[in-house]
Design a protein around this ligand. Structure first.
Ligand code: FAD
Length: 451
């Protein structure tokens, strides 16, 4: 049956080679799937053909960007056809006058940033994976990033979407205007839908002019709690940093031994970045320094782009560096109200000490989003079971503090068993109804989100 797909698309656009099935069979969660074919559509019409084919033959589809999802959301279900959007990577339109860009889903976030900066513009959502994840994947997961604290997440920038429904119908939703309230907002439903409702084929995004200046500060602390306090003291003083990132002692240590960048040996650190006009950035950075000093922290200011890049290199190296601790990372991205960060990070430290399992915390503390990484060797069954049990305790604590179990990575496979901890019965029923309405045959990325 799959060989018929060859005649629908070009020969170079379909593969059943074992190597391709293997390479497109997993994502950053390390979970492995078993697809039957990989396809590379080059136009929206190709996506329509693949969708109709799968609909007629009851074959599941997995839309895939770069496979950097950490939740298993881009792992193909058994027997599925992978729809890799990587060849659809063009910028179709750049409109500086109305400040938007129209892109194909497979464009890499970092490549779009580079092109925009040539025009003095930027696209704010900047996941730490920006050098390899796609904009289509970012939309499907409503990705955030360090700049979310000031500029928001992907949803805040998606103006219009063109998408293909599981039966091959094309929809266009949203508008290029600043405002639009015509009917239900289907566009916002597709943002964050993890490839379960439609295949996103063209995206219109808002863009912003680059700020006049950027200053990066590195604050280090000899204790854990003051860094958490600094986060909400900075924000409650009225300063809105562009980024406010947190690393605990374990994260600092692991990154320094993996790729030394000169981070001092401390209990915790914050990367604080301010942007805007020169005068206000200078005034705010002086205020930040004073706040850090009252909490007995030390601050270094990175004046030039080389020292800024060194700090960000260290921050971006953490996910890879973690594998020097153990071969498996149980990775969560909880969010708590900012005022609860000190309590949450102290809780995580205690949980690690009590269980004897390494827990490394870092992340976008400015918006309360902490990446919690439980590190364990997979073949050690007993410790792995203990580590898995910690996830529930972490989620219970998060929810008791008024938080949410995922800020940006989504549910995928790994968090599906916990979704009921946060989402009530009636709301789950509504979500299932929406899924049925879009995908009556349950062919688009089945087995994700719903327990
Ligand atoms: C080192 C590292 C750092 C990361 N840092 C961040 C971070 O700071 N912030 C953050 O939010 N995330 C982060 N992530 C997670 C991940 O990069 C994001 O979720 C990203 O948006 C996924 O993009 P992708 O192109 O890799 O999508 P994939 O992993 O390929 O797909 C993710 C989901 O989107 C769906 N999808 C992909 N393309 C489409 C499409 N065109 N139409 C419909 N559905 C589609 C897939 O089916 C899947 O459900 C990080 C991951 C890694 C490995």
């Amino acid at each position: 049956m799959i060989s018929r797909l060859d005649s629908l698309l070009g020969e170079q656009q379909v593969s059943t080679r074992e190597a391709d099935l293997l390479c497109y069979g997993f994502d950053a969660s390390q979970i492995k799937g078993t697809p039957v074919a990989v396809t590379w559509p080059e136009t929206i019409n190709d996506i329509v053909k693949i969708s109709r084919f799968s609909y007629d033959h009851d074959i599941a589809l997995l839309p895939r960007g770069a496979g950097t999802a950490t939740t298993g959301s881009s792992v193909p279900p058994q027997g599925a056809i992978v729809v890799s959007l990587e060849r659809m990577h063009d910028i179709d339109e750049l409109n500086i006058e109305d400040q938007y860009v129209v892109v194909q889903p497979g464009i890499i976030n970092g490549a779009l940033q580079k092109e925009l900066s040539r025009h003095g513009y930027f696209y704010p959502p900047d996941p730490s994976s920006l050098n390899f994840c796609t904009i289509g994947g970012n939309v499907a997961t409503n990705a955030g990033g360090p700049r979310a604290i000031k500029y928001g997440v992907t949803r805040n920038y998606v103006k219009e979407l063109e998408a293909v429904l599981p039966d091959g119908r094309i929809i266009r939703t949203g508008a290029k205007t600043i405002k639009s309230v015509v009917g239900y907002d289907i566009k916002d439903l597709l943002v964050g839908s993890e490839g379960t409702l439609a295949i996103i084929a063209r995206i219109t995004l808002s863009i912003l002019p680059e700020p006049e200046t950027i200053v990066t500060l590195l604050a280090t602390f000899t204790d854990l709690e003051p860094s958490g306090k600094a986060v909400f003291k900075i924000i409650s003083s009225g300063i809105v940093p562009r980024c406010l990132e947190f690393m605990d002692r374990e994260a600092i240590k692991v990154v320094e031994s993996y790729s030394p960048t000169g981070l001092s040996d401390s209990e915790s650190l914050l990367i604080i970045e301010l942007d805007g006009d020169v005068k206000s950035v200078q005034r705010d950075s002086e205020r930040v320094v004073r706040i850090i000093h009252t909490l007995k922290g030390e601050v270094k200011v990175a004046e030039d782009s080389i020292s800024r890049e060194r700090i960000w290199k260290a921050r971006r190296a953490i996910p890879a560096a973690l594998f020097s601790i153990a071969d498996t990372k149980i990775n969560e991205d909880i969010v708590v109200p900012r005022s609860q960060i000190p309590e949450m990070i102290v809780f995580l430290r205690r949980l690690s000490e009590e269980s004897g399992i390494s827990i490394v915390s870092f992340g976008h503390a400015g918006d309360g989003n902490i990446h919690v990484n439980i590190m364990v060797n997979r073949e050690d069954e007993e410790r792995y079971t203990t580590a898995k049990a910690l996830v529930k305790r972490i989620f219970e604590k998060t929810l008791s503090l008024g938080g949410t179990i995922s800020g940006e990575h989504g549910i995928g496979i790994t968090k599906a068993e916990y979704i009921n901890m946060e989402i009530g019965h009636n709301e789950m029923d509504l979500m299932r109804g929406i899924k049925r309405l879009f995908d009556y045959k349950n062919l688009l990325n089945p087995g994700k989100i719903f327990p």
